[in-house]
Design a binder for this molecule. Sequence first.
Ligand code: SF4
Length: 247
Amino acid sequence: MKIKEIHSKSILSPSKVYDYVINPYVGCQHGCSYCYARFMKRFTGHKESWGHFVDVKINAPDLLRKEIRKKKKGTVWISGVCDPYQPLEAKYKLTRECLDILVQNSWPVVIQTRSPLVLRDMDIFRKSKNIEVGLSITSSNDEIRKVFEPNAPSIMERLETVESLHRNGIRTYAMIAPILPEAENLVGILAGKVDYIIIDRMNYRHADRIYKKHGWSEKNTDDYFNRVKNTMRNDCMRLGIECRSAY
Ligand code: SF4
């Protein structure tokens, strides 16, 4: 794993999903097989494969302190690409510092991660009146998670994390994206742990060979994703959970 500390030029970037996005890290130790963020490699000059390098924006909090004074208040997504609570965050605390600045200034925040490390920042979440914390949960079967996301936290850890946040009064969601095999029954498992779910199909070709190798190609078709969407929508309606579909 190649870790490099870098000085970024800016940190609060415009986003198509929310008003802004903050990415304290470029590169991701989770290294998921299907990750769309690997396109970022082109802009970094790294020769290592995806999941084997991380650039750490060590000046992220300093930049944010300056930029927040100049920009119009809006919702900040942490993060769009590259997990903000990947293992390196335990050491660098860049996500924590940025989050603290945003909350002190009463900016709305949406967190998205696969990691239980997010629980470390519960003290800051509790201070915010406008925060949502989402865990990406892509299958109910940890054996399938191991195939696609071998270096990311287990499904059980993610479920326990989102449940703990919810129990502590934080608004939570599950990002079921991309829908992996055996994701169909996730809504029932998530009941009582989340306020809403977001679902999306597999949109990238990077993992095609994995589907093929394991005989799961049928689980990567329009038909499959439409069936799963219908099942999840019905389950959400029955259980009173809001369902947002991106496809
Ligand atoms: S956690 Fe997210 S950003 Fe990191 S490798 Fe996996 S999909 Fe990509």
